[in-house]
Design a protein around this ligand. Structure first.
Ligand SMILES: NC(=O)C1=CN([C@@H]2O[C@H](COP(=O)(O)OP(=O)(O)OC[C@H]3O[C@@H](n4cnc5c(N)ncnc54)[C@H](OP(=O)(O)O)[C@@H]3O)[C@@H](O)[C@H]2O)C=CC1
Ligand SMILES: O=C1O[C@H](COP(=O)(O)O)[C@@H](O)[C@H](O)[C@H]1O
Length: 560
């Protein structure tokens, strides 16, 4: 094959129905020139690797569009945020929407309706949003005049979410949006409220006919936590399904919107060198860590009820686990990927009250030191009960009963007030069958740094220079900043996907259900038996000692 041929591709069409064909079709639909050389790397900055789509570009009057290449943009639509005055909306959602809009990815035929319980005029809400954008660390640098233009897109309605009136007002906003920018009455409803309101809001929208798609698409994003146990998650799913079809429901898990989490699939299924090793023959074990140095950040009311299992393990860590352990999907689409994710969850042995002592460790932080500063223990945090039994740390050992992973343990750990913020997936390989060389005792490790310092590293043994044949561990490191683009907020990615009707990165009903089943026995055991040793790790340390025993004796947690 000549270099020219290589640039054009091999000339062989991808097999019908293959992933390659699906990707090629998707790229063609997005008007991405498959044979085009990669664009020059950008300098790090706020400009993102995102581009508007054919069609949308012509109708857009947004003067702040900065991107040069074209990809995808949704149809005219209204984003309705229930709980628009809340913490999540202020810090994450509104900045994410602003970033998408400023990059020209939402077109001009787009507006936002905030819905809340506080009495406010449209103007007061506009002021509130602009202030939130100015104060959030997540807001992209606004172009001159952009905030004023964005302000024009904002509207507000308020009322009691238990009565019909407020949904009637939302319906009127959709009518007005249609009159203003024509097209169909497409709407994305984002439930950014306390979970107790998810069902009443869904029902209210249903009663007023706002889930009906005859006048435009209607979709609903449901925030986490999705239920507080298996039974309540099932009730919530059933309640949503009384109003919405599954294809209209987007259960958000913001970890799936992280660029590096998506890269896990890209690396596994886009290369030949990793996948052949990705199984029980070569992998000794897998470690998934999501460590946080922060404490409660004023969320004691929520956290006391939730604890670390509901807050992080059942959702974010379980998602990282499924993407690491799943089989290759038959196509790169929402259902094929989610089918594989759910299959691997079904292969996991659920934790039971009987085996919880062998496969799980709980912890709660006491007073300690982080970054040289003393910090209070969990029980001393405002709003926490002085004898609280709520765990702030969990480590579990999951066993996957399938051909690929038989005998390979997956260790998952997460906690608050650990020494640093770091999320990592480490695939730890078996030692060579024969120990030929002195010094080569460590296992090879392929580590995905989800955040921060996003990248991938491979640790292996190499001869160290000199007369002796002595090996040392060395690391090959890929850093995401080599791409020269700022990674976009996961909320931007997921909001845009929902507006485009792409549910690939949103957990499906059966995934959520199975994830709850896996942790149900653990919750049951821990909630019925107070932990006598709490607090059992000082803030600023890597969790309770029992976690070392869980992974040991021949293995140890990575030092991060
Ligand atoms: N904050 C975060 O970092 C994260 C939050 N989440 C999830 O996002 C959702 C929202 O969280 P967050 O923004 O922190 O919560 P907040 O409590 O800050 O805000 C929730 C919103 O709901 C409104 N609200 C609260 N109670 C009622 C009520 N009884 N009737 C009508 N409106 C009400 C609040 O109004 P008002 O302003 O008047 O109080 C506010 O607009 C939750 O499901 C949470 O679990 C998920 C991940 C991270
Ligand atoms: O959902 C949540 O996630 C955050 C951690 O998210 P990250 O993107 O900063 O890693 C966690 O702090 C919070 O308690 C939890 O509700």
């Amino acid at each position: 094959m000549t270099t020219d041929d290589q640039a054009k591709g091999s000339g062989t069409d991808p097999a019908p129905g293959s992933i390659q064909q699906a990707v090629t079709q998707k790229m063609a639909a997005q008007n991405v020139d498959v044979a085009q050389p990669a664009p020059p790397a950008r300098k790090p900055g706020k400009t993102r690797a995102r581009t508007p789509q054919p069609g949308a570009e012509d109708t857009s009057e947004n003067p702040f569009r900065t991107l040069m290449r074209r990809s995808r943009a949704p149809e005219p639509a209204t984003l309705v945020i229930f709980g628009a005055t809340g913490d999540l909306a202020k810090r994450k959602l509104l900045p994410a929407v602003f970033g998408l809009w400023q990059d020209g990815l939402l077109g001009s035929a787009f507006n936002i309706v905030g819905v809340g319980r506080q009495e406010m005029t449209d103007d007061q809400f506009k002021d509130f949003v602009i202030e939130a954008l100015k104060t959030s660390k997540e807001t992209d640098q606004p172009h001159p005049g952009a905030l004023e233009k964005f302000r024009d897109l904002l509207y507000y309605e308020f009322g009691d979410f238990g009565t019909d009136e407020v949904y009637g007002l939302v319906g009127q906003e959709l009518d007005r949006a249609e009159e203003a920018h024509g097209g169909r009455k497409n709407a994305l409803f984002y439930l950014s409220t306390p979970p107790s309101l998810f069902e009443p809001i869904s029902n209210g929208l249903g009663r007023l006919g706002l889930a009906d798609e005859s006048e435009g698409w209607r979709r609903i994003i449901v925030e986490k936590p999705f239920g507080r146990d298996l039974a309540s998650a099932r009730e919530l799913n059933a309640a949503l399904h009384r109003v919405w079809d599954e294809s209209q429901i987007y259960r958000i898990d913001h970890y799936l919107g992280k660029e590096t989490v998506q890269n896990l699939m890209a690396i596994r299924f886009g290369n030949t060198i990793f996948e052949p090793l990705w199984n029980r023959s070569y992998v000794d074990h897998v470690q998934i860590t999501a460590a946080e140095d922060l404490g409660l950040e004023g969320r004691a009311g929520y956290y006391e009820e939730a604890g670390v299992v509901r807050d992080m393990l059942q959702n974010h860590l379980m998602q990282l686990f499924t993407l690491t352990a799943m089989e290759p999907p038959s196509a790169f689409d929402a259902d094929a990927i989610r089918d594989e994710k759910v299959k691997v969850l079904r292969s996991v042995q659920a934790i039971t009250p009987e085996n919880v002592g062998e496969v799980a460790v709980r912890g709660q932080y006491g007073p300690g030191v982080i970054d040289g500063e003393p910090v209070p223990g969990y029980r001393e945090e405002p709003g926490v009960k002085p004898n609280s039994n709520t765990p702030t740390y969990v480590a579990v050992k999951l066993q996957v009963d399938n051909w690929r992973w038989e005998g390979v343990p997956f260790f998952l750990r997460t906690g608050k007030r650990l020494p640093k913020k770091v999320t990592e997936i480490a695939v730890v390989f078996k030692r060579p069958p024969l120990g030929m060389f002195p010094g080569a005792t460590e296992r090879n490790v392929l580590a995905f740094r989800i955040q921060p310092d996003e990248g991938v590293s491979l640790k292996f043994s190499s001869k160290s220079p000199g007369q002796e044949m002595v090996l040392r561990e060395v690391v090959m490191d890929f850093r995401y900043d080599a791409f020269g683009a700022q990674l976009e907020s996961p909320y931007s990615r997921l909001l845009l996907d929902a507006m485009l009707g792409d549910a690939t990165l949103f957990p499906r009903e059966d995934e959520v259900d199975r994830a709850w089943q896996i942790v149900s026995g653990l919750l049951q055991a821990w909630e019925s038996t107070p932990a006598p040793d709490f607090p059992n790790y000082p803030a600023g340390t890597w969790g309770p000692e029992a976690a070392d025993k869980l992974i040991g004796p021949d293995r140890r947690w990575r030092r991060l």
